[in-house]
Write a protein that binds this ligand. Structure first.
Ligand SMILES: Nc1ncnc2c1ncn2[C@@H]1O[C@H](COP(=O)(O)OP(=O)(O)OP(=O)(O)O)[C@@H](O)[C@H]1O
Length: 481
């Protein structure tokens, strides 16, 4: 860009810059208007690059340029800018540093989703928030942008903590958080997850605390109990899939302990996120009562009358228990899905004790021998070790076409945007489980591609499906093959 600036323009630029005094909040406005004057009609990211490159020709001005560009994130938007919610940049300007905004645009995140449009102003105001919006609606980016708005890269302390229920979700959130970090990274993101090398993390935490930690609760508690790091400097705490965590007998007591410790920290901001928060009024009340949030906590509930994305098409097929493998096979042959997830129920204790093979294994073996589709058939379930679980997800993400046979471990948060078909080989146990399983498809916020959720049910399960339809307000069409 600098090479396209002619000498007279540089002169004009230097003339303009000579009026700058460091620490004036108006610097950016002047820079921007002068750049427009110079016909540099490109995004502000480029304007800065152009100015910084131009500054090499004007050594004395370099310091002024650098100080003025560092002011970009601190500039107060005017009233018109404040109301502009058409782009993520417009909403985040003045809160999120320029490097993160540029990264957002490079990745292709330009237009905000509904939850981002509604929640970001609330989050930037410092208020605690319950983010309650459909699956695949972009809650992760909303809370990450809040985190990027408050952290100070110069400070050597853990400043934000995101707690997630599974290792898989943790890896995914870590990846997005790292994507927003500038290069070379002065913001570090640690994944403190079950199955990780805690000893290595311990040394890292002691030597140089990361800016952001993404953690599962068990690994996190080990570090807190050993006083490896403290919560005092933490500005933001996010609990993702909060209803799942409160419902999990393994996680709930540690979660309560964490929230209680954090409630005594100064300068705190707490965010709870999920696509399902049953009895949300009660939950809100409890949060205030227990001091897990401040009194002015806000419940951002996006599209409450439509708990699931409207472009999901729900279907069902009825067959006997014995016919289920064959029915699924016919269905796959008819649909020929490029990418799909087949959800299978967990093996009962009784079946385990009897020494039976898990239903997932039986199904995978059946599909591998009888399904001729070109997709890779992969498995994801709790019983697998962490490396195998990671390998399955990596293969799914790399391969263009996949059939993933999974238990409910893949039902929460996992983001595989290419998935177009969900099959409930076994009906989920609750309506909320249905919502999260179904929500593994339809994850491209601005796409109108049709996505299918198909339930294979036995005649006696009709009424269960109807209950889910009433509870989640959707219509399930019968499919005849
Ligand atoms: N502004 C945006 N523009 C385009 N894509 C986006 C935007 N925000 C998020 N996405 C994409 O939307 C998908 C879903 O986002 P995300 O995983 O945050 O959903 P979620 O609301 O957390 O869903 P769940 O409740 O299922 O966990 C991701 O693939 C993400 O990259």
């Amino acid at each position: 860009m600098a090479s396209s600036i002619a000498a007279p323009q540089l002169l004009l630029l230097s003339h303009t810059l000579s009026f700058f005094k460091p620490n004036q909040n108006r610097h950016r406005l002047i820079l921007q208007s002068e750049c427009t004057h110079l016909n540099l009609r490109c995004s502000f990211h480029f304007k800065n690059t152009a100015l910084l490159s131009a500054s090499k020709f004007f050594r004395p001005l370099h310091a002024v340029l650098n100080s003025s560009t560092s002011l970009i994130s601190k500039e107060e938007p005017n009233a018109k800018q404040k109301n502009d919610t058409s782009t993520l940049r417009a909403i985040c300007q003045g809160h999120v540093p320029e490097h993160a905004l540029s990264r957002l645009e490079e990745i292709g995140f330009v237009v905000p989703t509904d939850v981002q449009r509604q929640a970001l102003p609330v989050l930037f105001s410092g208020r605690d928030c319950i983010l309650h919006a459909q699956t695949g609606s972009g809650k992760t980016l909303a809370y990450l942008l809040l985190i990027y708005s408050v952290i100070n890269p110069q400070r050597s302390a853990v400043q934000a903590l995101i707690v997630v229920p599974t290792r898989e979700l943790g890896m995914q959130v870590t990846k997005v958080a790292r994507m927003l970090a500038p290069k070379p990274m002065d913001i570090t993101v640690m994944a403190l997850l079950d199955g990780g090398m805690l000893r290595r993390h311990k040394s890292w935490l002691k030597a140089e605390p990361p800016t952001i930690i993404v953690a599962t609760i068990a690994s996190l508690c080990q570090m807190l109990e050993k006083h490896i790091f403290k919560l005092e400097a933490m500005q933001v705490l996010v609990i993702d899939e909060v209803d799942f965590m409160f419902n999990s007998s393994k996680q709930v007591s540690s979660l309560r302990k964490l929230l209680t410790i954090y409630s005594s920290c100064n300068n705190r901001q707490t965010v709870f996120a999920s696509a399902s928060i049953p009895q949300h009024r009660r939950f809100l009340h409890d949060c205030i009562q227990q001091k897990w949030t401040k009194n002015d906590v806000i419940h951002v509930h996006v599209n409450p009358i439509e708990p699931m994305p409207s472009r999901l098409q729900h279907r069902f097929l009825t067959c006997s228990k014995k016919q289920r493998h064959q029915t699924l096979l016919s269905l796959l042959q008819t649909d020929a899905p490029k990418s799909g997830i087949i959800f299978v129920g967990e093996q009962s204790e009784k079946s385990k004790k009897a020494g039976n093979a898990p239903p997932t294994t039986l199904l995978i073996d059946f599909l591998k021998t009888s399904y001729g589709g070109c997709s890779d058939i992969l498995l994801l379930e709790e019983g697998m070790n962490f490396n195998l679980r990671a390998a399955s997800l990596t293969e799914v993400k790399q391969g263009g076409s996949y059939i993933l046979v999974a238990t409910d471990i893949a039902a929460r948060g996992v983001d595989l945007p290419e998935t177009t078909h969900i099959y409930n080989f076994d009906l989920p146990r609750t309506a909320i489980d249905y919502l999260h399983r179904a929500g593994r498809t339809g994850r491209k916020p601005f796409s109108d591609e049709e996505c299918y959720v198909t339930n294979i049910i036995m005649p006696e399960e009709h009424f269960v499906l109807q209950r889910y339809e009433n509870e989640l307000m959707f219509k399930c069409e019968e499919l005849i093959l």
